[in-house]
Design a protein around this ligand. Structure first.
Ligand code: ADP
Length: 605
């Protein structure tokens, strides 16, 4: 019940805040439909009783006026309501589309703003999927749910009217309709329960299915899928999910069929008993012929109204259950705490980063990736982080950027725990290029300066020149306005791996952040190109703090300090000159091994 209450309150709030015109549409529909239903029950009785009097010998002239009035009322009201209803329905249809888009945007914005940790959490991804599906086709969205509320109110009003009519003429009809309805409601509730259980089951199947068919079937995965001949595996996986889906639907249809047969039997019994009862009253002249018509119409209407109320109440419960997934996603508990503190401008001293006895393991994992790590990075310092794959270098950066929260210890900036700073302000400290950076299927310009209304063309050119991308960009058909990827633009270009990395680095350079981080985004470049970029970066970054991760130690030479990550912590720390001569040191060993390679290849000469 709490789900239903919260969901309806949410929908009413959103509708009232964004489009109050929706309520005007419902009011017009309510007045028109309630009046029409009552008219349909009453006018036949009034006409019949008048006509019967005439057929029994009363003067037509005395009854003609009333006969014409009733007929005119029937026709005139019908026409008027059709016009007002069509206007209200059209407005409601337009608003329905508007609300669907509004909710899609709300969902997308929340998905982009929620804690990064959730993007790697299968439960959060499942919840996102449930929210998306639950809010659209399963629940019908804002208008779908408010339609149910409207139908309940309308039918309750009609129910009140026809109950009064039945009560005065054929009161025993009430229990007959009521018992039939309770039986049918029970059967429908069972049907809905089966659907709701299947919805939760199908959410995961759908997620895997759409991952295989839609996400993997994009150009970004094109090379890997072809070269590793993976399309058959994808096909098999899609089929496996599709079979599971078919089995689930088939099981549901079979069980529901039995309940539907039960509903048909109850309906036949109800109609039979009702006609028998009203017929007997008419034959015994307890009620008039007009009353007989009114009672049969009222009985049908009573049943329909009750049925509609119960059906819509159950439908609304079902729809709210789906739409509630949307509300749950919007309120998905934050993975991390955040503070309100502002970063104080420390002038020339800048910001000092301190890792104090930091240990970390990923959520749902028992294994510590980092243990008792201590490190200080001063303003303007250029630090290079090296270490084997899996040593925890990227994790170190994720912790610093507050994408995850440390398990033990603390990370401080200017002596204050980073969790105490306001999130938006804190993020502005960093310009990061990750190994697995992503470019958008928009123009090159929008990729380098995303979300910026005014682009400083001179700086943009300077940055692109520094990363060596400017010349390449000039050769493209639309220069910097050329779209990356062909997803939405047939003239779009597929940049080479190296060009993509240069684009990502340009994006970081263009953003004027005090701390710049390169997490090995240069793996697709040859050693000389990487060396050049890192050297240029070094000059360009100037007085800013910079952290570099690279496998190629030649790129770290110009850094002030080098931190060697091994055995879950910083195993060696010092300048290149200190570390390279350290007897039995990890860095010295790695450096000499690589230097040997370059000497053999002649790559650096
Ligand atoms: P590096 O950057 O040095 O190659 P990472 O920081 O990427 O190392 O990874 C360190 C360890 O953490 C690895 O064992 C990796 O498998 C694990 N790891 C990385 N990301 C996650 C994650 N989201 N969940 C669980 N374990 C992870």
């Amino acid at each position: 019940m709490r789900e239903v209450r919260r969901t309806i309150a949410f929908m009413l709030r959103v509708a009232w805040r964004e489009k109050p015109a929706l309520f005007a549409s419902y009011l017009i529909l309510f007045v028109g439909n309630a009046a029409t239903t009552m008219k349909n029950v009453l006018i036949p009785k009034l006409l019949l009783d008048e006509l019967l009097l005439v057929t029994k010998g009363a003067a037509l002239s005395e009854h003609l006026q009333l006969l014409v009035l009733y007929a005119a009322l029937d026709v005139g009201m019908g026409a008027l309501v059709r016009v007002t209803n069509s206007v209200a329905e059209r407005t409601k249809g337009e608003l329905d589309e508007w609300f669907k888009e509004y909710c899609d945007v709300m969902l997308a914005e929340h998905a982009m703003q929620m804690d990064y940790e959730h993007t790697e959490d299968p439960d959060a991804l499942d919840q996102l999927n449930k929210a998306r599906e639950g809010m659209s086709w399963y629940s019908g969205g804002v208008v779908g749910i408010l339609d149910c509320v409207y139908r309940i109110v309308l039918n309750a009003a009609v129910l009140f009217g026809v109950t009064m009519l039945i009560f005065t003429r054929c009161p025993l009809l009430l229990p007959v309709q009521l018992i039939a309805l309770l039986l049918i409601s029970w059967l429908v509730a069972r049907n809905n329960g089966i659907e709701a259980r299947n919805f939760l089951k199908l959410s995961k199947i759908n997620r895997i299915f759409s991952y295989v068919l839609f996400q993997l079937a994009t150009f970004q995965y094109g090379k890997d899928i072809r070269l590793y001949d993976s399309s058959r595996m994808m096909g098999d996986k899609a089929k496996e999910q599709s079979d599971q889906m078919t089995d689930t639907w088939q099981g549901q249809a079979l069980t529901q069929m039995r309940y539907n047969w039960g509903i048909d039997v109850v309906n036949v019994l109800r109609d039979g008993i009702s006609y028998l009862y009203i017929g007997l009253l008419a034959v015994r002249r307890v009620i008039s012929v007009g009353d007989f018509t009114m009672c049969t119409l009222s009985a049908t209407q009573l049943y329909n109204s009750l049925h509609n109320i119960i059906f819509n109440a159950m439908d609304i419960k079902k729809r709210c259950g789906y739409a509630y997934q949307f509300i749950l996603f919007l309120n998905y508990p934050a993975a991390m705490q955040t503070g309100e503190r502002s970063l104080v401008d420390t002038g020339a001293d800048g910001h000092v980063i301190t890792f104090r006895d930091v240990s970390f393991r990923y959520p749902r994992s028992e294994k510590y990736v980092l243990r008792h790590l201590n490190l200080t990075i001063r303003q303007g310092e250029h630090l290079s982080i090296v270490g084997l794959n899996g040593a925890g270098k990227t994790t170190f950066i994720k912790l610093l950027c507050r994408l995850y929260e440390v398990t033990e210890g603390e990370i401080c900036i200017d002596g204050v725990n980073i969790m105490e700073y306001a999130e938006e302000e804190y993020r502005k400290l960093f310009a990061v290029v990750f190994q697995d950076f992503k470019l958008f299927a928009f123009s090159l310009r929008e990729n380098v300066a995303p979300g910026l209304e005014t682009v400083d063309e001179k700086r943009l050119e300077q940055v692109l020149t520094q990363t060596g991308l400017y010349e390449d960009a000039q050769k493209l058909a639309d220069g910097l306005d050329t779209t990356i990827y062909k997803s939405f633009d047939e003239k779009g270009v597929e940049l080479s791996g190296g060009q993509q990395q240069k684009t990502a680095i340009s994006r970081a350079l263009y953003r004027d952040a005090p701390i710049v981080i390169l997490d090995e985004p240069t793996a697709a470049l040859d050693p000389i190109a990487e060396y050049e970029i890192y050297r240029q970066f070094h000059t360009l970054v100037g007085g800013k703090t910079a952290i570099y991760i690279s496998h190629r130690l030649s790129s770290c030479r110009f850094c002030d300090h080098i931190a060697v990550f091994a055995e879950d912590t910083v195993k060696e720390y010092g300048t290149h000159d200190e570390l390279v001569v350290r007897e039995g040191g990890i860095y010295a060993e790695m450096f000499h091994a690589q230097a040997q390679y370059y000497v053999d290849q002649g790559a650096m000469n």
